[in-house]
Design a protein around this ligand. Structure first.
Ligand SMILES: Nc1ncnc2c1ncn2[C@@H]1O[C@H](COP(=O)(O)OP(=O)(O)OP(=O)(O)O)[C@@H](O)[C@H]1O
Ligand SMILES: [Mg+2]
Length: 411
């Protein structure tokens, strides 16, 4: 696309389209903006159609769990499934969470009107009206049975990890069991930040057979590329392949950064009245993204790296951000050795930075890393807040300590 002659109308139009096409700060709730995840969507559909099965979606913070739930609900709604949504919070107990969910479902009842012949009165009331003051698994099952006579029902409970009420969780497991045993045509979808299903539902063993696990990995490079190119096309712009590759490498599997960097790169091109986005626009975007980083991320970074001059905490943290991680963000200390050697310009042994990894995992440095030593193998680490990882890598790039080509190209 030629850059010449972008008039004011075209410019303003594209500025608006760029603002609409990218959502760095909010989940996706529309099919058009949603990329990839075909496998997980298909799995949710198959679970909803299987009597007695329920789903549990879990994974790292920010990988796109809520977006998956919202888009799946939109697609299920189009397939004539009655969908409801409840976002859990720390104040919830079993009753409040079910009132939220069932309050979203309308139950229509028909009554023959007195003295008017054929006339039928229809009333619609929220399903939560059927619940007594104290909500029990039996009552929930009864209400869902009524509602699913009309159409199959699916209820999504987002942020289930924040629902901490211990008794409530036991009752939740009982409810899943009751729904499965009675083959009520209702599906529950629990979504939460967790490493394992057991963390989300403690009574997990008793409902194991009824729960299908969907572990959400980070997004692949091709899924991230789809986010970038879809948005750019929607804004009537173009982007070079090299620029897309740079964005996906910098995003490290986290769609938030793909939205943010592509949006900022598009704005940088438009500022020069160009409709074609190139690598240098992405570089400009990196600088702006660092300036605009969330306060919590900037503070976590400072707490992790500050210290006497000469300590190598900044370098070790950067090497961790560049280490080859698995699709759930984990790396081991030998993965850190190579990037650290490059950063320090001298070969580094794992024993030289073992203490740094320990410290970065402890409260003294804000516990930015999570250490897990499960299974007797080498300790595995990952960033507690996944969004800190690309931030650290981008700082290293903009300070000239590392080059983009040293980033993992992405899966
Ligand atoms: N499939 C997708 N296609 C395009 N963008 C996506 C997709 N999934 C997530 N995103 C974007 O990624 C960011 C994080 O998504 P989302 O809020 O759904 O993640 P999450 O796992 O629910 O996060 P949290 O753990 O904080 O609740 C948002 O900016 C969202 O717009
Ligand atoms: Mg979410």
């Amino acid at each position: 696309m030629s850059s010449a002659g972008m008039d004011e109308t075209d410019f303003l139009d594209r500025v608006r389209l760029v603002a609409e096409a990218f959502r760095p700060a909010a989940p996706i709730d529309r099919r058009e903006l949603f990329a990839g995840r075909a496998e997980q969507i298909a799995e949710l559909f198959s679970i909803v159609s299987q009597p007695g099965q329920h789903a549990i979606v879990y994974g790292e913070r920010g990988v796109g769990k809520t977006s998956l739930g919202l888009v799946a609900a939109e697609l299920l709604g189009a397939a004539d499934v009655l969908c409801a949504w409840a976002t859990c919070d720390a104040s919830d107990d079993f009753s409040s969470v079910w009132r939220k969910a069932l309050g979203e479902i309308g139950l229509t009842t028909a009554k023959q009107a007195l003295g008017f012949g054929e006339h039928v009165d229809q009333t619609t009331e929220p399903l939560s009206k059927l619940l007594a003051s104290e909500v029990t698994p039996h009552a929930v099952q009864g209400a869902l049975k009524q509602a699913s006579r009309q159409r199959p029902v699916a209820i999504v409970f987002d942020e289930f990890d924040r629902f901490q009420d211990a008794d409530g969780r036991v009752l939740f497991a009982d409810t899943i069991k009751a729904l499965s045993d009675r083959v009520v045509s209702s599906t529950l979808v629990l979504i939460g930040v967790a490493d394992s299903v057991g963390e989300l539902i403690r009574e997990h063993r008793s409902v194991e057979r009824a729960l299908v696990q969907i572990q959400m990995p980070r997004m692949s490079a091709s899924e991230l590329a789809e986010i970038a190119t879809n948005g750019v096309t929607a804004a009537r712009m173009t982007i070079t392949r090299a620029a897309v590759a740079r964005i996906t490498a910098l995003s490290q599997g986290l769609p938030h950064y793909t939205h943010l960097l592509t949006q900022l790169a598009a704005q940088a091109a438009l500022a020069e009245r160009r409709a074609d986005i190139g690598v240098r626009d992405v570089d400009a975007a990196v600088t702006r993204a660092i300036d605009r980083a969330q306060q919590s991320i900037v503070e976590a970074y400072r707490e992790a790296v500050t210290g006497r001059p000469g300590t190598i905490y900044p370098q070790v943290l950067l090497a961790c951000a560049l280490a080859e991680e698995d699709e759930f963000g984990f790396f081991v200390s030998s993965d850190v050795r190579e990037p650290l050697s490059k950063i320090l310009h001298k070969p580094s042994r794992t024993s030289a930075f073992a203490r740094h990894l320990e410290e970065l995992s402890s409260e003294s440095r804000g516990a930015v890393l999570q250490r897990s030593s499960g299974g007797g193998g080498a300790a595995r680490y990952r960033f507690v807040n996944p969004l800190l990882q690309p931030y650290v890598a981008m700082r290293g790039i903009s300070e000239g300590v590392v080059r983009v080509s040293e980033l993992q190209p992405g899966r």
